[in-house]
Unconditional design. Structure first.
Length: 416
């Protein structure tokens, strides 16, 4: 059981805290409630660009990394379609440096053309390396456009196209910052060897004077239910053909989320899971296969992706997957198989939350989607998933009209 303390500053900054005296370190995780889903369709990639800009110098601190390194700390950040997340770990006697650094860049970045150009080039190179010049790099772009027609999940975090990033102006960047980077749009989670009283004192000292900003209510277009099968075939310079399947599922806050997560592990987590045991080891239809859920806050996707063995066509591979999905829909999961998946999840949760940084990261996210204390209820929610619920959700999800099927083929196949 993780003990959670909470406090809210007058400017709206939410603080969640958990003390851990078994470590000599402190973690600060600052989550901003902004991701790629908050971007304008013609100005995508901004949330990720900002992740980089936040390390380019703030109003009073020209260099973020040097004070961190001098204090014996480490830091990093990541962005997805829902949130932008920053974390820093420091020895407990240097914890205040983390509050100082994070508060200054929340107050204001050092906006200048030089820093913007540098980071635009960095992000553009990342776009090229990961999405344009890497095998299967454009899969996320293709699948999202297939599955989503109105919701902004239809583009990945990196953005729809490079031009959106390269054409970003300093004024547009400033507007994005002041629209989302504010104490009343952020959650500060602090864990490790620091008391709650000291956390409140340092938060008030460094964040208390930052003014709240006018955060517009999020009004995202809702995706209509998919009513027909979507199929796309592409030819690329890749080593092997690959099958991608995606089905619409609920969002992270929905009560069925844990059922879909358990279902993905039943299908594909470990050698004894169904798709690996039956389609990789026994039937040798796939050389590798995976099943996972997107975990997104709004309605997400259930992904199945696999590389067929030599001599197996994508059509044959897809047919084999559908047969397994039909089996899941028509035959209840036996208690022993279900219990094994639940046990694995519980052990992973226990080991994950031993680490003080993981605790800070998880507390911030649970506070965003509900309340931080819900972290203690996750194992129970997974434990409560029944075989009947799995059957019910599988029957709703794994149908042709809810499917998005991508055949990603070698360019040589097209020539033949």
């Amino acid at each position: 059981m993780i003990t959670v303390n909470r406090h809210i500053l007058e400017n709206g900054l939410r603080i969640v805290h958990s003390e851990d005296t078994t470590t000599q370190m402190v973690a600060l995780n600052l989550l901003y409630d902004v991701g790629a889903r908050d971007e304008h369709p013609e100005h995508t990639g901004f949330a990720h660009l900002f992740e980089h800009l936040m390390f380019g110098g703030s109003i009073n601190i020209p260099d973020y990394d040097t004070p961190v390194q001098n204090a014996g700390g480490e830091n990093n950040a990541w962005t997805n379609n829902d949130i932008t997340n920053y974390y820093i770990t420091l020895p407990c006697n240097n914890a205040e440096i983390g509050f100082w650094l994070e508060s200054d860049r929340m107050l204001s970045l050092d906006f200048n053309e030089k820093s913007l150009e540098i980071q635009k080039n960095v992000v553009t190179e990342e776009f090229k390396q990961r999405n344009l010049n890497q095998p299967y790099g454009d899969v996320s772009h293709i699948l999202r456009e297939m599955a989503y027609k109105t919701h902004p999940y239809r583009w990945p975090t990196i953005g729809k196209e490079i031009s959106h990033i390269m054409n970003a102006t300093l004024e547009e960047v400033k507007d994005f910052f002041y629209s989302f980077y504010a104490p009343n749009n952020a959650i500060l989670a602090v864990s490790g060897n620091i008391t709650f009283e000291e956390t409140k004192r340092l938060a008030a000292k460094w964040f208390g004077d930052i003014p709240a900003r006018d955060i517009k209510p999020r009004e995202l277009p809702q995706e209509e239910p998919q009513t027909e099968e979507h199929r796309v075939t592409v030819f690329r310079d890749v080593p092997v053909d690959t099958l991608y399947m995606a089905f619409h599922i609920c969002g992270r806050r929905d009560s069925s989320y844990h059922t879909f997560d358990i279902m993905s592990d039943i299908l594909c987590n470990g050698r004894s899971s169904r798709l690996i045991q039956r389609l990789v080891i026994e039937k040798k239809i796939f050389s590798s296969i995976d099943a996972y859920i997107s975990g997104s806050i709004d309605s997400g996707l259930f992904h199945i992706t696999g590389k067929p063995c030599d001599g197996i066509s994508l059509e044959e591979a897809e047919k084999a997957v559908w047969e397994e999905l039909e089996d899941l829909k028509n035959h209840p999961v036996e208690e022993l198989e279900l219990e094994k998946v639940k046990n694995r999840y519980e052990s992973e949760q226990i080991f994950s939350n031993i680490n003080y940084l993981n605790v800070a990261t998880n507390l911030a996210f649970f506070e965003l989607i509900g309340k931080a204390e819900d972290i203690n209820d996750e194992v129970r929610k997974y434990r409560s998933v029944s075989s009947e619920q799995i059957t019910e959700m599988a029957r709703k999800c794994f149908i042709k009209t809810n499917s998005n099927i991508l055949y990603y083929k070698k360019a040589s196949d097209e020539i033949e």
